[in-house]
Ligand binder design. Structure first.
Ligand code: MN
Length: 254
């Protein structure tokens, strides 16, 4: 089981969630929203070998946390995974577009000079702009667009740029979300929850709920549940190898 985008530190009882991830053997990309949250969130997973903690600066808090970019730069050397980062052009956040773009660009520049990272990216209401940035910084790493809500044409552009995708039960509960997922390359998709923000039937999703996405994806792709499960383990291993190789390259260079 794989949840490639969850906010473990934001659950009311993060330790209990981590315990359940351990019991259910869930592989988790534990994303963070601020650089100052990274070390504490990483500690949560100290005894959980299947959990990786990503260094992030969420676009919805970029205007309040831009000053944490210096901390981001310090921590990046030890962080093979970066997220949640990106842009948010939705109604409540578009007035901060300028500072969001400055922060996102700064992060992509840093990741490029660090040799590339595995990136979990938010692009709500800003798909075109996010893709422009990824095109400008091809060495920033391997982008995984989480809960992608762009158009079909933007999806094709993202695929051409080499993007991966993380898709969860909340995204697949909408007609648009299912239509997009149907067009994604099956070897570049991982399951996610975006818990505790994402809810299904009013209940916050937990990492093991990522499995709920598998039968829907199998149906959209007209393959068996087993085929999806095997493919996804291979994709996770491929990303893990990329992340490790990049930190190895970095270690050799320093
Ligand atoms: Mn998120």
């Amino acid at each position: 089981m794989i949840d490639f985008h969850a906010h473990l530190d934001l659950y009311p009882d993060p330790h209990a969630v981590v315990d359940r991830c351990l019991a259910n053997e869930v592989y988790v990309l534990s994303v963070t929203t601020t650089p100052s949250a990274w070390l504490g969130t990483k500690r949560l997973a100290a005894k959980a070998p299947r959990i990786r903690t990503a260094l992030g600066l969420h676009p919805q808090v970029a205007h309040q946390r831009a000053h944490e970019m210096s901390l981001f730069k310090t921590l990046l050397a030890d962080a093979p995974y970066v997220g949640e980062i990106g842009l948010d052009g939705s109604r409540d956040f578009k007035q901060h577009a300028e500072i969001q773009e400055r922060v996102f660009k700064d992060i992509l520049v840093e990741c490029s000079s660090a040799g590339g990272r595995v990136l979990s990216i938010h692009s709500r209401g800003a798909a075109a702009k996010v893709l422009d940035f990824l095109e400008d910084y091809p060495r920033a790493g391997t982008p995984i667009l989480h809960w992608f809500t762009g158009s079909a044409a933007q999806l094709q552009r993202a695929i051409a740029l080499g993007c991966w995708f993380s898709v969860g039960p909340a995204m697949l509960s909408s007609v648009n979300g299912r239509a997009l997922a149907a067009q994604m390359p099956t070897n570049r998709v991982l399951t996610e929850t975006d818990g505790p923000f994402a809810k299904v039937d009013g209940k916050a999703l937990e990492p093991s709920d990522a499995r709920l996405a598998i039968p829907t994806l199998a149906g959209l792709w007209r393959v068996s549940v087993d085929t999806v499960t095997v493919q996804m383990s291979e994709s996770l291993a491929a990303l893990g190898a990329l992340a490790t190789r990049k930190s190895v390259v970095k270690a050799l260079a320093s």
